[in-house]
Design a protein around this ligand. Structure first.
Ligand SMILES: Cc1cc2nc3c(=O)[nH]c(=O)nc-3n(C[C@H](O)[C@H](O)[C@H](O)COP(=O)(O)O)c2cc1C
Length: 217
């Protein structure tokens, strides 16, 4: 079994990356071969609206025709048994790199039909890990849940299965005393990092175990 994870944070060792690593540990505990890709290392842009993936009888029907770093990534995804996306919340949604990746990943497989259909060649498990500075109640107040729920729905439609994990109130700066950020209480942040983040890591591990579960295709 092959599992790929995609880090949509520019930081390779912080909250999102750590949770993705834990999720991958969960999958490898079930025997999976894993690969963590940092999106910020790749050269690509979002969908360019060329519609090669939608062109009747076209060479690239159901496949993104753009030849950049994502072309190889998409080939590997078609060979994977599960994928895990991870992103920090930036200005109320996923990071720009993750958004561009999602456009390219998902649009190629979606048909403009009623009902919409998936051209992804098989069914695989998918997971999405979100990390954010906001506490859980603010996520609800700001309407993130409703908006991010669409990602779960799209992933489910295209790949067959999807689940989401939210990690709130993350520890954001190496040294809170060096930044202008009076909104945050550094002690509370450190306490949460020490006490709650390890539980989030466990949840990510368990997600990995589930995603490496039995074949759904
Ligand atoms: C550009 C930028 C925008 C952000 N916007 C939000 C936001 O809208 N809501 C929120 O809850 N956190 C926001 N944050 C905080 C990050 O989502 C949070 O610190 C996240 O856990 C960072 O992930 P990382 O540690 O993996 O880089 C923002 C951070 C940055 C750098």
């Amino acid at each position: 079994m092959k599992v790929m994870a995609f880090n949509g944070s520019p930081r390779k060792k912080w909250n999102t990356a750590t949770l993705l690593e834990k999720a991958l540990e969960g999958t490898s505990s079930q025997g999976a071969e894993t690969n963590l890709i940092h999106l910020y290392d790749l050269n690509y842009k979002g969908c360019i609206s060329c519609f090669a993936c939608k062109t009747k009888g076209g060479e690239s029907y159901g496949r993104c025709a753009v030849k950049d770093d994502l072309a190889t990534v998409f080939k590997h995804i078609e060979e994977a048994d599960a994928i895990i996306l991870g992103s920090p919340i930036y200005l109320g949604t996923v990071s720009g790199e993750m958004r561009s990746f999602m456009e390219r990943l998902m649009f190629q497989y979606m048909t403009y039909t009623d009902p919409p259909q998936s051209l992804f060649p098989k069914k695989i498990h998918t997971g999405f890990i979100y990390t954010m500075g906001a506490p859980e109640d603010q996520m609800k107040e700001r309407g993130y849940a409703q908006h991010l729920g669409i990602n779960e729905m799209l992933l489910q439609m295209i790949f067959g299965s999807s689940e989401s994990l939210f990690c709130f109130d993350t520890y954001q700066f190496k040294d809170y005393s060096k930044v202008v950020a009076s909104l945050f209480d550094p002690e509370k942040k450190a306490k949460r990092r020490k006490e709650i983040f390890p539980m989030d890591c466990e949840k990510a591990f368990e997600m990995g175990v589930r995603l490496a579960g039995k074949d759904i295709g």
